[in-house]
Design a protein around this ligand. Structure first.
Ligand code: ZN
Length: 207
């Protein structure tokens, strides 16, 4: 089991390479047979805060098994208080040293936010709870001119990942302290639905 954030990140990179190559590790498969063992305790080595999109399940795209990842999924991989609390929980209880904020190409929640910018008022109150958390990441971006294009959505996906990383650090004294004192690594990543590749494109400057 990886002890540091860097080791955990390397394990995820290796797992994603297997996924891209259509390989499933024996370790991940055998983890299913150890279900009873996992029932007693868990020891995840990374937290993944990702989108609910059905095409972006973290265990698949990182080729990991039962008990390996503490996964938080919400449309648009936002950091509302319940997501921040979930990250704190995993870091505090299980000693996890890596948090990955995982966006993905063609994200519907990000696109819905861009649509809301283009046509204000066309969003239900419940959806607003998500869109309103993505919206601040999209202001002041050069691609906010109206009109659909893949580059605009892709730019927005990464801006939203960076924004969620900022929220985790700024809204949680605990997470910020763990970064400084325990080497907790917070990484931003972008998963391509087309290629299966995860690009770990962002780490905070202080790390
Ligand atoms: Zn999405």
């Amino acid at each position: 089991m990886p002890k540091s954030g860097i080791e955990a990140l390397e394990k995820l990179r290796e797992g994603n390479r297997r996924f891209v190559d259509h390989v499933i590790s024996l370790e991940a498969l055998l983890s299913h047979a150890r279900r009873a063992e996992h029932a007693k305790a868990q020891e995840p080595f990374a937290v993944i805060l990702g989108c609910s999109d059905s095409r972006a399940p973290a265990e698949f795209i990182f080729d990991q098994g039962l008990g390996d990842l503490f996964v938080i999924r919400v449309a648009g991989n936002i950091a509302a208080p319940s997501q921040i609390g979930s990250v704190e929980f995993a870091v505090e209880r299980f000693g996890v040293r890596l948090v990955v904020v995982l966006g993905h190409s063609n994200c519907g929640a990000v696109q819905a936010t861009l649509d809301a910018i283009d046509c204000p008022g066309d969003v239900s109150p419940a959806l607003h709870a998500i869109v309103d958390r993505i919206m601040p990441s999209l202001t002041d971006t050069p691609l906010l001119e109206k009109g659909d294009c893949p580059e605009r959505t892709q730019y927005a996906v990464r801006a939203n990942v960076r924004h969620t990383m900022q929220r985790l650090i700024q809204d949680s004294d605990f997470i910020n302290r763990m970064r400084k004192e325990k080497g907790l690594l917070i990484v931003g990543a972008d998963y391509s639905l087309d290629t299966g590749e995860v690009d770990f494109f962002e780490t905070p400057p202080a790390q």
